[in-house]
Design a protein around this ligand. Structure first.
Ligand SMILES: NC(=O)c1ccc[n+]([C@@H]2O[C@H](COP(=O)([O-])OP(=O)(O)OC[C@H]3O[C@@H](n4cnc5c(N)ncnc54)[C@H](O)[C@@H]3O)[C@@H](O)[C@H]2O)c1
Length: 298
């Protein structure tokens, strides 16, 4: 029988109940890791506990609260003996909201909410897991976004928060070396997740509620289809598995289907009016190359 790449290890996944984080949980368990999942969304957490009862412990909690990651680390130590890998996936989106459309109060509240979830939750989790990560010479994988490379992928709140996550990768890699490696995965726009808007702005949609998003994502990368959560799990696995990436730290893997210049164009414009609960767009929507090599859905 072949050994999994993460056999005997323990992973803490913050924001792992749905979407990209859930894909990481499933892939890491398949590779032999035991996993503690923390998430604020309790319903899908129950599903994970039912589906993977032997290898996964779930914990309901808001990762922006300072005590939550500490409780998760304690569970990992008690139940599985420690933490080898920390994966941070919790996130909120800004639906491309321009700064000029917000009142000063909305801007302030929106900033506080998105930076708390997208940035602060990661710092809190790293801080809580640090003694264990140092003891086990482990690693951290943070979820960046192609919006940290291409400002057309989001509004200024989300995009700048993901630029900040790139900064966390660079600074933490330097601070925590040589004991702990710190890297990131930057997914491109991904379908089949529940990435939600900011409650501070009264947003109730998730990204997949936006009509035509799957088609636009497919048209905005070289591979001609929208990514699904499982498409990114291998990038996280590569960065977590010491056998694959022992000498990699401070790096970000762009898991974006080849997004970038000269593809250009708008990637993920989710500003359409209305909230048709259209369900989850699937991948596989073909894209065509138009004049001058630009991708289009026509
Ligand atoms: N979906 C995309 O197009 C896309 C593209 C690039 C990057 N990302 C990033 O990937 C990560 C995962 O997003 P996703 O698209 O899978 O969305 P998702 O909503 O399915 O997954 C995010 C998870 O984080 C949880 N979460 C949110 N706030 C939390 C909090 N305060 N405490 C604990 N858990 C919390 C959610 O409940 C959810 O389970 C995010 O960081 C997102 O910014 C997403």
């Amino acid at each position: 029988m072949t050994r999994g790449l993460l056999e005997g290890s323990t992973t803490l996944v913050v924001g792992g109940a749905t979407g990209i984080g859930r894909g990481v949980v499933e892939r890491f368990v398949a590779e032999g890791s035991r996993v503690v999942v923390v998430d604020v969304d309790t319903a899908p957490l129950g599903g994970i506990a039912r589906d993977l009862p032997r290898d996964v412990v779930v914990l309901a909690g808001d990762a922006t609260e300072p005590a939550v990651a500490g409780m998760a680390v304690s569970r990992a130590v008690e139940d599985f003996g420690g933490v080898d890998t920390l994966v941070c996936c919790a996130g909120r989106f800004d639906f491309h909201t321009p700064i000029g459309s917000l009142s000063i109060e909305e801007l302030s509240a929106g900033f506080d909410e998105i930076y708390a979830v997208n940035v602060k939750s990661m710092l809190l989790a790293v801080h809580a897991a640090l003694p264990e990560l140092r003891r086990r010479r482990g690693s951290v994988v943070l979820t960046v976004s192609s919006s940290a490379y291409h400002p057309d992928g989001a509004g200024v709140l989300y995009g700048s928060s993901k630029y900040a996550v790139r900064g966390l990768v660079a600074h933490l890699a330097r601070e925590l070396a040589p004991e702990v490696r710190v890297n990131g995965v930057a997914p491109g726009g991904t379908a089949g997740t529940r990435l939600a808007g900011l409650s501070a702005l009264g947003e109730r949609r998730t990204v997949d509620d936006v009509p035509g998003r799957g088609e636009r994502l497919a048209a905005g990368n070289l591979l001609g289809r929208a990514a699904l959560p499982a498409d990114h799990a291998g990038a996280y696995l590569y960065l977590a598995a010491p056998d694959l990436s022992a000498f990699v730290t401070g790096a970000v893997v762009n898991s974006d289907g080849g997004r970038g210049e000269p593809i250009g164009g708008s990637m993920d414009h989710a500003t359409s009016a209305g909230v048709p609960a259209a369900g989850v767009p699937t991948g596989g929507v073909p894209a065509t190359r138009g004049a001058r090599g630009r991708w289009s859905t026509r």
